[in-house]
Ligand binder design. Sequence first.
Ligand code: GTP
Ligand code: SPV
Ligand code: MN
Length: 550
Amino acid sequence: MLQLPDPRDADVVEGKTWISTEDQYETVPHFKAGVKGILGQWKNPKDMKAELDERFPGCMKGRTMYMIPFSMGPVGSTMSKIGILLTDSSYVLLSMRIMTKVSQKVLEVLKHGDFVKCVHSVGCPRPVKKKVTNNWPCNPEKAIIAHLPQDRVVMSYGSGYGGNSLLGKKCFALRIASVIARDEGWMAEHMLIMSVTDPAGKKKFVSAAFASESGKTNLAMINPSVPGFKVKVVGNDIAWMKFNDAGNGELRGINPEAGFFGVAPGVNSKTNPNAMLTFQKDCIFTNVAETADGGFFWEGMEDEVDKNMRMTTWLNQEWRIGSPGLAAHPNSRFMAPASQCPIIHPKWEDPAGVPISAIIFGGCRPRGVPLVVESFSWEHGVLLGACVKSEATAAGDTGKTHDPMGMQPFIGYNFGKYLQHWLDMKKPERKMPKIFHVNWFRADGDGKPLWPGLGENIRVLDWILKRCDGEVEAIKTPAGYVPKKGDFNLDGLDKPVDWEELFSLPKKYWLEDTRESRRFLEDQMGTDLPKVMSTLLDQQEKDFSDLPDK
Ligand code: GTP
Ligand code: SPV
Ligand code: MN
């Protein structure tokens, strides 16, 4: 099924996404005066009630209301949670059946517990006052995505798009779940989970957090370039993880979702063949182009269709390859059941989850950040996550987008307290995963990529797994541990890489970057920032200052 949108409703609406709690500082940190807080938006309960009362009464008039019982995670697992969603959108109904576990069994399990209450409306009661575009009713002017974490409630109005309307996903599995996880002592994260088996047959699971549209899905479904490696995917976007304190103390993770809602542009049989094979049937394409013979198309699929194929763009306009403009929205998506993925892990629905050996953070850092860095400690790993940022690659754009832990748009409570929650995970009786930071995007002075990325990223996973088992030593730098060249498999790369440049640590860049990170964290979290974050940044700055000038 292909769904064309109302073009005004084709992305998540962070500015209209709110969390309401009695105490403001339960939701947002004590950011410094004069600073615009970017770690969550808080609205007081009285104002929130007024906003909701203005929109919801009668909002579904004349439409069909669907009641959807769903489980995030395997039905009945102690790590899973249940939700009930009321919606007036058939797109949301169909999507929820792909993205979550919807079944009668959910109602049976529900008898024994709580559920998250979700209400979604497109905000167009009948008779509709304004013209509906592409049969996609929505009400962008009045859109609001409201979270009431204390009551475990999500109320979403006016948008039918992905993260705004499939309330099991970002609203429940990240924002509300992060609050539940805080209360219950586990972690709800914007992370993929995958297994990697090396040529000797040794298998480990890792989880990885990158910002939205930064490579989680591509890594989770990686087609390894090095012979003998095997990868399987457990999840591509969200991980719920809990230490097994009653057992051997390892971290266990589940994918709370049942499907993939992945970025379409750029995906093709070369870049992500496993994704291509996943969505050949029973799936929904949102905001992509349609070919004259009823197929799908987006930027990056030029070699997969007849070059003279007539198409209609996501805006319903005539188009052919070479025509001006884009065929698909840059954030257009495929949605497919995870079970259809040829490399889905046989244990992806195991109620006990899978054991996580390493946690990987990543950002888009075209300049001074090495391909991979291992943290000195759990605390330093939390700092690596807190300092995740992306820089635009376009010349002249020096802006940095901070996305701590890849959770900036998705955190459900005070970010400083959330970092403290991460720090509190460390206990002597627990097997703490090692934490790494990766950067696929480093470029040379001319902006040319220093690392080929995609399937070649298996080489980085290989080194990470070797480090988890203490099979290789590493070099200590002020930024963390980096690989020794001889321990990192570079055999068979199409083009040799400039290892020295890929791992160089330009002193001036790092001093500035360390100060910039500290300013960001202290401005945004003020007194809520765990002290150890500032202490570690002080140490990092000192260690870089002590390096000889080059
Ligand atoms: P969300 O679903 O939004 O959370 O995103 P995601 O993190 O799953 O992102 P996804 O894997 O779909 O990545 C989207 C973008 O990252 C695409 O434009 C890819 O081309 C690009 N990308 C992914 N992996 C690599 C890589 O190894 N190197 C480079 N240069 N680009 C990559
Ligand atoms: C993201 O933006 O990180 C997504 C897509 O995974 S959405 O579910 O629409 O938020
Ligand atoms: Mn995401």
